[in-house]
Design a protein around this ligand. Structure first.
Ligand code: CA
Length: 424
């Protein structure tokens, strides 16, 4: 179906600098505040935030299924509760209001001054009240690299991996917004395999390059969402850094999987880019062999061509690009992940967060974690200040950026940036 707001020929009367992640074709949703205004729903156009609460009060969002409390909110959950059609109609309406050929808002200078706020005057807030967080493990290259390092290069993938979009239930309480610092976690590690474990600060702190998708309300407990239906239940995507303590993980993860190595923090970018806005960037995914079970079969293109980068910025230093990857490398797509998640009747709710799993590509510069980039510490990464990294150091800032681009239209996510502080 054609989504009016995705028209590549649209231009806005609001200035959008060249190379911006936020042209009129994007219109992501987020929660912002300013020194004068408390938290509310906004969208982003160029270097401005559009205040949707005030836009509603001024009468520009009439005849849509929304009320004031949906925009006068500290999370996007109320608007997500309206489902795909509601948020699609809302984005189409905003697109019309910002279209250079439409005068309704443009000509009303007094209103424009109230609703359009320079981005430097705003502070972004946690966009979603996350109910449940699930993390998948869907990059074949990542799973192969990890299996090669820790088990057997000849049998790197576990027998279930090509059959099941493997995942686990993560922790929602420690998901944080870009800009918030984390402290190096402490826990049980076993630096010497011959000795008992010790309680110490993590020595092998790592990022994981991921994206995440946010769901609408799903079906009732007991019902399943098919791959055909899946995209109707996905609101949008964000960038996701799923922090990992590799040494804690190595000691704790058998038999029940990751626990304290993963639940101390996960960082998300503040703007949720709708799946609608990403539709023009759909592409073919990897060939799946063996043939998947029937409930995981899908029609059409369900992968997305999204360029991803990871940068490490040492304390007050310059940014070092350490990884270039792409979301399209994912073996299992989001529709298959959601179909698998619900095939047993598990229900999802508006505001659930589903991590992709670390997104590694085929080449060594596209690996999505330090574990792989520095190959378990055996190939340290050189930084521009002369230092090297096997894992992350205190005061390092890790930045993930991502965007899709086609025919001159770039739809991006901005960034997720988090600084590591010493252990408490
Ligand atoms: Ca992860």
């Amino acid at each position: 179906m054609t989504i009016a707001a995705n028209n590549p020929h649209l231009k806005s009367w609001v200035d959008v600098p060249a190379g911006s992640d936020f042209p009129i074709q994007n219109l992501p949703f987020g929660i912002f505040k300013t020194p004068q205004l408390k938290e509310r729903v906004g969208t982003r156009i160029g270097n401005h935030v559009l205040d949707l609460k005030t836009l509603f009060v001024l009468g520009y969002l009439e005849n849509l299924p929304f009320e004031l409390s949906d925009f006068d909110a500290v999370s996007l959950n109320p608007i997500m509760k309206k489902g795909k059609k509601g948020t699609r109609d809302l984005r189409n309406r905003i697109s019309k209001l910002l279209d250079a050929n439409q005068e309704d808002l443009q000509k009303n200078e007094h209103h424009v001054q109230q609703v359009l706020i320079p981005v430097e005057q705003t502070e972004m807030c946690m966009p979603v009240q996350i109910g449940d967080y699930t993390d998948f493990y869907s990059s074949r290259e990542h799973a192969t690299n990890v299996g090669t390092m820790f088990r057997d290069p000849n049998n790197a993938l576990l027998p279930n991996w090509l059959w099941i979009p493997v995942g686990y239930h993560g922790r929602a309480s420690s998901v944080i917004i870009s800009g918030e610092n984390i402290h190096r976690p402490k826990g049980q590690i076993k630096p010497n395999p011959e000795e008992p474990p010790v309680y110490e600060a993590c020595r092998r702190l790592d990022f994981e390059l991921e994206t995440a998708f946010i769901t609408y309300d799903g079906k009732a407990l007991g019902d399943s969402i098919s791959t055909d239906e899946a995209e109707d239940y996905i609101f949008g995507m964000c960038l996701f850094n799923d922090w990992s303590a590799r040494d804690i993980q190595t000691w704790e993860y058998v038999p029940l999987g990751p626990f304290l190595a993963k639940n101390f923090a996960s960082s998300i970018s503040p703007w949720i880019v709708t799946l609608d806005a990403l539709q023009p960037y759909q592409c073919e995914g990897p060939e799946q062999d063996p043939k998947v079970l029937s409930y995981l079969e899908y029609k059409g293109q369900k992968s997305y061509d999204i360029n991803l980068q990871v940068l490490i910025q040492p304390n007050n230093g310059e940014e070092n690009l350490v990884c270039r990857s792409n979301f399209k490398y994912m073996y299992w797509n989001m529709a298959q992940q959601l179909a698998h998640h619900t095939v047993n009747g598990c229900n999802v709710r508006a505001g659930d967060l589903m991590g992709s799993g670390t997104i590694s590509g085929p080449t060594p510069d596209s690996y999505g974690s330090m574990l792989e980039l520095a190959w378990k510490g055996t190939k340290p990464i050189q930084l521009s200040d002369g230092s090297e990294r096997k894992f992350l150091e205190d005061h390092d800032t890790v930045i993930i950026r991502g965007y899709a681009e086609k025919e001159g239209v770039r739809v991006g996510f901005g960034e997720v940036s988090t600084k590591i502080l010493p252990a408490k």
